[in-house]
Design a protein. Structure first.
Length: 109
């Protein structure tokens, strides 16, 4: 036997907000585009990326610590309005789905 395991290794990244290590699929990739920090949920935009949990708490910590310009290696501050809007929408969708049993919307009769 070669000693190799058949289990696939999941890539990990560090959240720039809380600095915790997490699976890449649990984090939201962000990219700097023309002085603005934009979300890249599919991970296809060109350029250097920074990863953050899609939660307002982690986003607030990253902004307060000025982590996005440092991680993306851009001079000066970045506008995070588009990123904040995306995170708030994602957080709203998750909280409304969590209120119902099974996490799915139920039709009223």
């Amino acid at each position: 036997m070669s000693g190799r395991t058949r289990a696939r290794v999941c890539p990990e990244r560090i959240c720039v907000g809380c600095r915790e290590r997490a699976a890449k699929i649990e984090l939201l990739r962000t990219v700097a585009v023309e002085g603005e920090c934009v979300p890249d949920p599919r991970g296809t935009l060109p350029g250097r990326g920074a990863y953050v949990h899609p939660a307002p708490v982690c986003l607030d910590q990253a902004v307060r610590r000025r982590a996005f310009p440092r991680a993306l290696r851009v001079p000066g501050p970045l506008d995070v309005k588009a990123l904040r809007h995306y995170v708030e929408q994602a957080d709203g969708c998750r909280s409304s789905a969590a209120r119902l049993p099974g996490g799915a919307e139920q039709a009223t009769r």
